[in-house]
Design a protein around this ligand. Structure first.
Ligand code: F42
Length: 144
């Protein structure tokens, strides 16, 4: 069984810790924004370790949209490479845990529709995209 390797970023690590320790009843929003956050459990593509990545909660029917924004940084967050290598994830959405499979969005039409939903859920995504040349990757997580 692979080991869990926490994020090196303290506030992220602490959010995951509180979210999971409380069984999804605390630490479920982005700081004081009140906006809901999910925890995506994924597999390190180099270490094989268990990684837990909080992301904004963006839903499309039964699916979640995972946005590799990282605040508009010039480089992709590395969890993107984990998902590309292993699409099997668990998504904790408050007290519910779903076994899901992700696929990266490549079709422009689908991307436009999903991006609109993502920005509606978390408006800063639009501003992040203006900060970087890289195309912020989108994944759709569907029930496995
Ligand atoms: N990030 C987003 O991109 N989008 C969001 O909507 C979002 C919301 C959010 C809400 C709450 C919160 O607490 C954090 C939130 N974040 C959001 C931040 C997100 O949780 C991540 O911290 C951020 O996206 C950066 O992801 P990252 O995977 O690049 O994390 C880095 C800091 C990290 O953990 N690096 C590790 C390290 O040791 O440097 C390695 C992690 C890893 O997965 N390693 C792989 C392995 O094999 O284990 C290898 C990866 C590779 O290929 O290099």
């Amino acid at each position: 069984m692979a080991d869990y390797m926490p994020s090196p970023v303290e506030w992220v690590r602490n959010q995951v810790e509180l979210y999971e320790r409380s069984g999804g009843t605390e630490g479920t929003t982005l700081r004081d924004t009140g906006l809901p956050v999910i925890i995506v459990t994924n597999t390190g593509n180099k270490t094989g370790a268990i990684r837990k990545t909080p992301l904004m909660r963006v839903v499309d029917g039964d699916n979640y949209i995972l946005v590799g924004s990282q605040g508009g940084a010039p480089k992709h967050p590395v969890w993107v490479f984990n998902l590309r290598a292993n699409p099997n994830v668990e998504i904790r959405d408050e007290t519910n845990v779903h076994t899901m499979r992700v696929r990266e969005v490549s079709d422009d039409g689908e991307r436009a529709r999903l991006w609109e939903i993502a920005v509606a859920a978390f408006p800063p995504y639009a501003e992040y995209q203006t900060r970087t040349e890289r195309k912020i990757p989108l994944f759709v997580a569907e029930p496995a």
